[in-house]
Design a protein around this ligand. Structure first.
Ligand code: AHG
Ligand code: MN
Ligand code: MN
Length: 338
């Protein structure tokens, strides 16, 4: 069995001029993931359930584990010395590490959702971590325009950790997607899902249908389409929604399916965040052969305008995403509906 550490070293040999910084950065993230996993596993015993008593920059109530995970990932990146700036869901401006002696020449920027699916923590349902890595724009101070607000297609690596019935780390550096399962007996992530590919089509649709009346007409129509019986296209489809983006997309990556969080009356620009939720998941799913758009525009092409920007997302099996796009187009041009 190959460990994450061994796999990273092996892959580094494919890039003869690489100096190993990205490998070390991925290793640091793997270490923090194990620490968060340890706490998630015993959250009920260690008084780690429930609220922290604060709200984050987006007005969301922080859970104790949101704060714990945030601290662990930032400390690991700070100690590792390969990251000059961390943009986190939990901080308005992010953490500038470029003034630290060990990180002043660091080449990478990390955007992170330290704990995804907070509402599931207290009920023992899967949660996750999502990360996205960019190369620093220049050697001078870190600026929004040059360093932080880069398009998703400029990511050099992205990944997620799912703390589920088993804990997995899935990542890409732009050469396919590989998944590692944590073997608790040796405390190592081991390669269990090499070269992951998402089925081109599927039968699972994942969307919070409780928001139905707030959805755009195109999505209401798509949901009806999913529910109508049709033997040829194997409908009705199956509805599955965990409420942790990581867990919903991980399942769809393996089984085939589409995950949608559209613009709604409550969140007119969408709810999920471009920099540390949508971009990294889009990079992974594209690398696995799937697709990720807003319904009309490729996620990885979007030029970010702010760190905590929200966007609508349709992500998953290529044919299913294209069907949703078709429903959006049909709303704009009803003549297509023949
Ligand atoms: P977070 O816990 O990091 O704030 O993210 C929660 C996100 C995402 O994981 C999930 O898909 C979505 O919010 C669920 O939102 P709804 O409860 O509105 O469906
Ligand atoms: Mn999240
Ligand atoms: Mn979060």
């Amino acid at each position: 069995m190959k460990t994450l550490g061994q796999f990273i070293i092996e892959k580094q040999a494919d890039f003869p001029f690489a100096k190993g910084e990205l490998s070390r950065l991925l290793r640091d993230i793997g270490i923090a993931a194990k620490m968060v996993n340890r706490e998630v596993n015993k959250a009920g015993l260690a008084d780690l359930l429930g609220g922290y008593g604060e709200t984050n920059v987006q007005g969301e109530v922080q859970q104790k584990l949101d704060v714990y995970a945030d601290v662990q990932f930032i400390s690991a990146l700070q100690r590792g010395g390969e990251c000059c700036y961390v943009a986190s869901e939990e901080h308005e401006l992010g953490i500038d590490l470029s003034h630290d002696f060990v990180s002043k020449n660091a080449k990478y920027i990390v955007c992170i959702d330290p704990l995804d699916g907070s509402s599931n923590i207290d009920v023992n349902v899967s949660v996750g971590t999502i990360f996205s890595i960019y190369r620093r724009g220049g050697t001078e101070g870190i600026t929004m325009a040059n360093d932080l607000l880069q398009q998703g297609k400029q990511q050099v690596a992205a990944g997620y950790i799912i703390y589920g019935s088993s804990t997995m780390l899935v990542y890409t550096t732009g050469n396919g997607v590989n998944g590692f399962t944590l073997d608790p007996s040796i405390g190592e992530f081991c390669l269990s899902h090499p070269n992951m590919k998402i089925p081109d089509n599927g039968q699972i649709y994942s969307i919070n249908e409780g928001n139905y009346i707030k959805f755009p007409q195109a999505i209401k129509n798509y949901i009806k389409y999913c529910q109508i019986e049709d033997a040829e296209t194997k409908r009705p489809y199956i509805s599955r929604y965990i409420g942790s983006m990581v867990a919903d997309i991980h399942r769809n990556l393996i089984r085939g399916g589409v995950f949608i969080y559209p613009e709604t009356l409550s969140f007119p620009k969408g709810k999920l965040r471009l920099m540390y939720e949508c971009n990294p998941m889009a990079f992974i799913i594209e690398q696995a052969g799937g697709k990720a758009t807003t319904g009309s525009e490729r996620i990885l092409d979007i030029q970010p305008t702010e760190l905590h920007q929200r966007i609508p997302i349709v992500i998953g099996s290529r044919k299913m995403v294209e069907k949703v796009e078709y429903f959006y187009r049909m709303e704009c041009e009803p003549s297509l509906n023949v």
